[in-house]
Ligand binder design. Structure first.
Ligand SMILES: NC(=O)c1ccc[n+]([C@@H]2O[C@H](COP(=O)([O-])OP(=O)(O)OC[C@H]3O[C@@H](n4cnc5c(N)ncnc54)[C@H](OP(=O)(O)O)[C@@H]3O)[C@@H](O)[C@H]2O)c1
Length: 324
């Protein structure tokens, strides 16, 4: 047996879009000692089942990428499930990880933790400075609680138990494993599906809601996985230089944003759709801009690698390969 075994790494949510990308990234980096459970095998809202799992497996590190996620419709229809499931999953995983001696944990949050009217770009210090977007407030409150839970455990047990629990806040993600549901998907998977279907059916035009002028930021999910492994393994003294005990989360963005009209043209190119793109300006635009300030992670030495065109080509190929 090796005297320097690899850390045993638990990826919670390993079949989801982000969790599966983290598994791919860890394998690429040569990690082989990983442990996972499907939702059917281990319901993370079940405290005693989670306790038993940690007692049996005793992982060294945890990537917490399991969550109940969904679009506006799902968030509005099932707010109780969104707050309950997410709080339970993260409370169980973080607390039982602590009890079983896990020193390193990475919690995946979301840019929706920032106030609806946060100034742009949104820095880490915008957290808890204003009202949240009402449609996904329960989900965002759970995510904020997850960040504060990691921070509180670090503050209470960091020195005594060598605990180092970190949080990353991704911008909008896309890529393999995305949800391509026709009515309930995010911008990029929705556009890929609509342009693909328009091409197949020879539709003369694709109508985009709103003016096409709002700007959004998108990150390819493998870049997010790369950032997650990067942040997990950053030397603590370096991490501590750019964070503080009560503002410990790190934004992970692409670094630039794109107007929806420009994105639609890119998607048309990638799907080889030759028809017209029109805009239905009677439909609402949403916020004019939602852009993360990623200067902290950039200063730590990380930057996104996959550009929009490459990412869309990869996402489209996974969509056609049947990831939906
Ligand atoms: N997608 C994005 O654009 C985006 C952007 C920012 C942040 N994030 C964050 O990244 C994380 C992962 O998101 P994702 O897009 O990868 O979501 P996803 O594809 O839906 O994956 C989530 C995974 O968690 C599992 N899960 C949910 N509830 C569980 C439970 N009670 N017990 C066990 N497993 C459970 C799901 O299993 P089942 O499917 O079987 O329920 C699924 O495999 C989330 O924290 C999310 O906030 C995502």
């Amino acid at each position: 047996m090796s005297t320097n075994p690899q850390p045993k790494i638990y990826i919670a949510g390993h079949r989801g879009m982000v969790g599966s990308a983290i598994v791919r990234e860890l394998l690429r980096k040569g990690y082989t000692n990983m442990v996972y459970r499907t939702h059917a095998e281990l319901d993370l809202t079940n405290q005693s089942a989670v306790r038993q799992f940690f007692e049996t497996e005793k992982p060294d590190q945890v990537y917490l990428a399991a969550a109940k996620v969904g679009g506006i419709h799902a968030n509005n229809t099932y707010p109780a499930e969104f707050i309950y499931d997410n709080l339970m999953v993260q409370n169980n995983v973080i607390h039982q990880a602590f009890l079983s001696g896990v020193k390193k944990l990475l919690f995946l949050g979301s840019s929706c933790i920032y106030p609806k009217r946060a100034s742009q770009p949104m820095g880490e210090d915008a957290l808890l400075t204003g009202q949240l977007e009402p449609t996904n407030e329960p989900y965002a409150i759970a995510k904020i609680a997850g960040i504060k839970m990691c921070e509180s455990y670090n503050r209470q047990y960091g020195s005594s138990h060598g605990l180092d629990y970190r949080s990353v806040m991704p911008t909008n993600l896309y890529g393999p494993g995305d949800n391509y549901h026709p009515e309930n998907s995010h911008v990029i998977p929705a556009l890929l599906r609509r342009f693909h279907e328009a091409k197949v059916s020879n539709a003369p035009e694709v109508v985009i809601w709103g003016t096409g002028t709002p700007r959004r930021e998108f990150l390819y999910v493998d870049d997010m996985a790369d950032a997650s492994v990067f942040v997990m393994n950053l030397d603590k003294t370096i991490y501590d230089l750019l964070t503080s005990p009560m503002e410990s989360h790190i934004n992970v963005g692409f670094g630039s944003d794109i107007a929806i009209a420009e994105l639609a043209s890119e998607v048309a190119k990638v799907t080889d759709y030759q028809g017209r793109i029109t805009f239905d300006i009677s439909k609402p635009d949403g916020a004019p801009r939602k852009f993360m300030d990623s200067s902290k992670i950039n200063a730590l030495g990380w930057a996104a690698k996959v550009n929009m065109h490459e990412g869309l080509v990869l996402a489209y190929s996974s969509f056609r390969g049947g990831w939906s």
